[in-house]
Ligand binder design. Structure first.
Ligand SMILES: [Fe+2]
Length: 411
């Protein structure tokens, strides 16, 4: 038995005891998922995308119909956030940054440091351990993304009688990596997974509170956008495990990419996590296991245990340079195994990490790394960029950028 086996066994007992009948509870959730999957399939048959879309110029938190759709699907596309010319320049700058600093040669020496995704069957994706290029900085500190992030943060319920979980209008930066996928690549996909905790979603006490209604036969009342306790979860330390609270993960497209271009896939069901959680309590899963999820790895979603849910996995529709996509931290996602398109499919990962105590403490640690050009503390310590030419320095940050990096106080 490893360290977590006894905790898993104990937690399963506690979680089962919250329900009058945990098997029936799972069946109810499973029926809900099946009806959601049917809806997804109907859209697919008509060749329509089920992922809500909004144009950058139309962002408004007052549009209740849009907001309800986003809350149901747990994801959205915001189109035309950046002008195409600007994005083409940023993409070129990033390529120059990678090539002039000889990233490829370095990567071969350091690739063993990142073991986060090694359990996923498709192996390592074509993701670059770079955080401080000018392209990434300019996208992160742009007024455009500031506006988008305020919009998506405000979709959450963050304010309660005695406690405000985060400030939706003050954003901190979660420096993340870059994906640049070559046409023809067939080795670098990512199997379906979730970040922000694997076995913690069952054994950690704040996650247990977040998911209380799911386990306690009140699935209908569970609101994935209720932020209470989301800022308190405590994750098992591991390279590449995010120990922050992101309202949405996301990326900005640097190139055109559509289905079959090695792009993102999502299960657009905001409550999909309920299936994964309650499935693990059934009797066919060994008592010390959680449907093959492992500590310090991404949460695994697999055919063996989650086939009904996986039927809802869809490729996102065609994205144009300057479009952005966002998904809730519980939304299961994957990257297509094969890139059969003709062009690079490139993205800059930029999630939304609003101001709260947990995120501020991470942003401060991250800022120290930034000043030295090292990899942020959530990631494998590859530290490629310490001596890179043209890396972002503190003087390259705008006033907003400094606040976002916790190098200047928000007022
Ligand atoms: Fe992920």
């Amino acid at each position: 038995m490893n360290n977590f086996d006894t905790e898993i066994i104990k937690s399963k007992k506690i979680l089962r005891s919250k329900s009058k009948d945990y098997k029936k509870n799972f069946e109810k959730i499973s029926d809900f998922i099946k009806s959601e999957v049917n809806e997804i399939k109907k859209f697919q048959e008509k060749n329509l995308s089920i992922i809500p879309e909004i144009n950058f110029n139309d962002l408004s938190n007052d549009n209740e119909k849009n907001i309800n759709q986003i809350k149901k699907r747990g994801c959205l596309i915001v189109r035309n956030v950046f002008k195409k010319d600007q994005i083409i320049k940023w993409n070129q700058d990033l390529e120059n940054y990678i090539e002039s600093n000889h990233y490829y040669q370095d990567q071969i020496k350091k690739s063993h440091l990142d073991n986060y995704f090694s359990e996923l069957k498709s192996g390592k994706p074509q993701i670059f351990g770079l955080y401080w290029s000018k392209t990434q900085t300019e996208i992160r500190q742009s007024n455009e993304l500031d506006k988008v992030k305020k919009f998506i943060n405000n979709i959450w319920n963050y304010k309660f009688d005695n406690y405000q979980v985060f400030d939706p209008n003050k954003e901190l930066i979660y420096a993340d990596r870059v994906r640049r996928r070559q046409p023809g690549d067939s080795t670098l996909g990512l199997s379906p997974h979730c970040d922000a905790g694997s076995i913690e979603r069952w054994i950690e006490k704040n996650y247990q509170k977040i998911y209380e209604k799911i386990f306690a036969d009140e699935f209908e009342k569970y609101d994935p956008f209720n932020a209470m306790y989301r800022d308190k979860t405590d994750l098992i330390k591991s390279p590449a495990v995010s120990n922050t609270f992101r309202t949405f993960q996301g990326w900005t497209a640097l190139t055109e990419q559509g289905p079959n271009d090695g792009t993102l896939q999502l299960i657009p069901i905001a409550k999909g996590m309920a299936y994964v959680l309650t499935r693990a309590l059934l009797d066919d899963v060994p008592e010390h296991e959680l449907c093959d999820s492992k500590s310090g790895r991404a949460l695994a979603v697999n055919q063996k245990y989650h086939s009904s849910l996986l039927e809802g996995l869809v490729s996102i529709p065609k994205m144009n340079p300057g479009d952005t996509i966002w998904w809730h931290p519980d939304v299961i996602h994957a990257v297509e195994d094969v890139h059969t398109g003709n062009n690079y499919s490139n993205v800059v990962y930029v999630g939304s990490m609003p101001y709260c105590e947990k995120n501020l403490s991470y942003a401060k640690k991250q800022a120290e790394k930034f000043l030295k050009g090292e990899s942020p503390s959530d990631f494998a310590p590859e530290d490629y960029e310490i001596n890179y030419k043209n890396r972002t320095l503190v003087n390259d940050l705008s006033d907003l950028g400094k606040k976002q990096m916790a190098l200047k106080d928000w007022l």
